[in-house]
Design a protein around this ligand. Structure first.
Ligand code: NAP
Length: 327
């Protein structure tokens, strides 16, 4: 059984998630990639233990993460049981439902039927009595929001999740969902949104709504799946996401993108950071976002990424120079 590093809390920063009492680490680890049935379990164990040793207390899953769908929860559950079970109360474990999980009309979107059944399956796969955060993964235009939010609230009352959140909701949908959850007596803890230097949609109203409503935020794909690192500067390395994922293609690595990445890389170097570190720090600048949600295929990536703590500040000149490149 693994023994966690005694010094694990010394170099991480934790801040309150919105107006809640829950403190979250500035970096969380997501299990979307690299935790499937096709991925070596030893590497999965090493990634999880390195993250926990680095003060990353928050692990993010979803019912469909794999491949095959469900495999990430199963693998996480196995590693939790064998290595990390003594630390369950030091961990924030989240999962979600909202995308296609099983066949037929009850395995997708946002009905009460789907959310309740899916969370029961997730708890079984992970070997847990409860998750810390349960999310509705994407808005469902065909289910009344009252039904979806009602299911989330009842899940909290049943003790199967301590907090609830939403993901991929736009500003207006978020406002409505947050108000419903508050009226139900089970406030929305957090919004999980796509946000990076290359995807700034949350700046068009969503971040303002979250601020006004006192809801925390966690940014996924903060490195644009690796584009905002130096790894593609000199071609596409074998084994990288661009060579094996349907979500990032070799054709996304265009000369225009690489020209921007190259200029950003120079600013990062002047700041004494890698580009990956600067891209993560930028998401967290001015504390508008609670946490960056990283993915990692190698232990070294986690080691490098957590070094941003203590280096989250930007000068006005640096921010201006970055804006010039991004516009
Ligand atoms: N709510 C949603 O709808 C939603 C959607 C997508 C993701 N998510 C969550 O967000 C998490 C993170 O997403 P993501 O994996 O796309 O995040 P990301 O941080 O943008 O990309 C992660 C990838 O970047 C590369 N990388 C990480 N650190 C690096 C470093 N220091 N140097 C060089 N390369 C580095 C690795 O790629 P290689 O594998 O090529 O080494 C890694 O797999 C997911 O696991 C999931 O939990 C949520």
């Amino acid at each position: 059984m693994y023994q966690a590093d005694e010094a694990r809390y010394e170099n991480m920063e934790y801040i309150h998630c919105g107006k809640s009492g829950l403190k979250l680490p500035r970096l969380a680890l997501g299990l979307w990639h690299n935790f499937g049935s096709v991925d070596p379990i030893e590497n999965q164990k090493a990634l999880l233990c390195k993250a926990f040793d680095s003060g990353i207390t928050h692990f993010d899953l979803a019912n469909n993460y794999g491949p095959v769908p469900g495999a990430a929860e199963e693998n996480f559950g196995r590693i939790l049981k064998n290595e990390l079970s003594a630390y369950r109360d030091e961990m924030i474990i989240s999962t979600k439902a909202g995308y296609t999980m099983w066949q037929g009309p009850y395995g997708d979107w946002g009905s009460r039927k789907y959310l309740m059944a899916s969370l029961d399956q997730s708890l079984k796969r992970m070997g847990l009595d409860y998750v810390d955060i349960f999310y509705h993964h994407r808005p469902d235009p065909q289910t009344p929001l009252e039904e979806t939010m009602g299911a989330l609230s009842d899940i909290v009352r049943q003790g199967k999740a301590l907090y609830v959140g939403i993901s991929n909701y736009n500003a207006e949908q978020t406002k409505q969902a947050v108000q419903m959850l508050r009226a139900n007596g089970t406030p929305c803890l957090i919004h999980q949104m796509k946000y990076s230097m290359f995807n700034r949609a949350p700046e068009n109203g969503l971040l303002d709504v979250l601020q006004e409503e006192g809801v925390g935020s966690i940014a996924f794909c903060p490195l644009a799946q690796g584009l905002l690192t130096d790894k593609y500067l000199h071609g596409i390395p074998e084994g990288s996401i661009a060579t094996k994922s349907v979500f990032l293609h070799e054709s996304d690595v265009t000369p225009e993108v690489i020209a921007k990445v190259s200029r950003l890389n120079e600013i990062a170097a002047e700041r004494g950071q890698s580009l990956a570190q600067m891209a993560l720090s930028w998401v967290l600048r001015k504390n508008r976002v609670t946490t960056v949600l990283i993915g990692a295929s190698k232990v070294k990536q986690i080691e490098d990424n957590v070094k941003i703590i203590g280096h989250l500040d930007f000068t006005d000149a640096e921010l201006q120079a970055i804006e010039e490149i991004l516009k």
